[in-house]
Ligand binder design. Sequence first.
Ligand code: MN
Length: 137
Amino acid sequence: MPTPSMEDYIEQIYLLIENKGYARVSDIAEALSVHPSSVTKMVQKLDKDGYLIYERYRGLILTAKGNKLGKRLVFRHDLLEQFLHLIGVKKELIYEDVEGIEHHLSWDAIDRIGDLVQYFESDENRVKELRNIQEDN
Ligand SMILES: [Mn+2]
């Protein structure tokens, strides 16, 4: 099982590769606001655990296992942002809130939140009803 920190790295590496086509140690360090030497250390661990292949002067690529997990982690992050937005959490709070909770929910809870998002999105009156309650509170 990957730790929360490993999940953060895999998530960012996946996003960098998706957006730029590659993930350099310096880019990962910037994305996570950590020192490049911490990135090198973690990347070596992720290599050892089979999530990516790291070659010092060539950069890194995700393995099938790393890519699959990265995709799920990005999906989870996006779903939780969507959920907090839907329940009316202020925009400026959403990113940090998701960073705070994403590693601490079971995949079952994630799926059930997905059901709830779907419940609201399939009928806009449901969202309106929720907003009405919020205006009263
Ligand atoms: Mn995240």
